[in-house]
Ligand binder design. Structure first.
Ligand SMILES: CC(C)(COP(=O)(O)OP(=O)(O)OC[C@H]1O[C@@H](n2cnc3c(N)ncnc32)[C@H](O)[C@@H]1OP(=O)(O)O)[C@@H](O)C(=O)NCCC(=O)NCCS
Length: 164
């Protein structure tokens, strides 16, 4: 998964983030959160046994990032009042724009709904915004995540009401 994430960031984010931004974010913001793997909520997309994409839903408070994101908060969300998180979507460049991200997102939303959540929230990269808009997400705000060396990473918090 870490290798897939590195290839996805290098191949698909070039028009949205500088090399400096991508390098500073890789492994901290763009990387595996193993809590989601342990929870069984990180989904993998494979073609003929090859990993081509990943994406997660989460019932943990953390909004984004890998195991190494500062201030990581793995506290559990309450489906009766909190929104489930959508996390960690990375598609291999050779398989982008083929509906894989959409398929993983639909499955994540279905599983969050089945777990009792009625809303989802995510923090989209600039690259990811179009995917989530196509799936009915609303832009909430614009943020910048501070990274090492004074580098800032612009991101877009978005949300969706699953019950509509
Ligand atoms: C964002 C990402 C996950 C999208 O995955 P994907 O499998 O290519 O998405 P899909 O093929 O399901 O796209 C579905 C729709 O979303 C929209 N969309 C997705 N990527 C788009 C792009 N680069 N430009 C414009 N629209 C886009 C389109 O409406 C697309 O439908 P279409 O191809 O019929 O026009 C992928 O580009 C990626 O891994 N990017 C690098 C890592 C990253 O930034 N991830 C987002 C984390 S929040």
């Amino acid at each position: 998964m870490e290798a897939l994430i590195a290839v996805s960031v290098a191949g698909l984010q070039k028009e949205d983030y500088t090399e400096e931004q991508r390098a500073a974010a890789l492994g901290v913001i763009f990387g595996v959160d193993n809590q989601l793997v342990r929870d069984g909520t990180y989904l993998l997309a494979e073609v003929d046994g090859t990993l081509v994409g990943c994406g997660a839903w989460s019932q943990r408070n953390n909004r984004f990032g890998s195991d190494h994101v500062p201030g990581k908060d793995d506290g559990r969300l309450d489906p009766s009042k909190d929104a489930a998180r959508i996390r960690g979507f990375f598609i291999h460049p050779a398989w982008s724009r083929k509906g894989i991200g959409s398929a993983v997102l639909r499955e994540c939303e279905a599983r969050a709904l089945a777990a009792g959540f009625s809303r989802t929230e995510l923090t989209a990269t600039l690259t990811g915004v179009a995917l989530y808009l196509a799936h009915g997400y609303t832009i909430e705000s614009q943020e910048e995540i501070p990274l090492q060396g004074g580098v800032m990473l612009p991101v877009t918090p978005m949300s969706k009401n699953l019950s509509v």
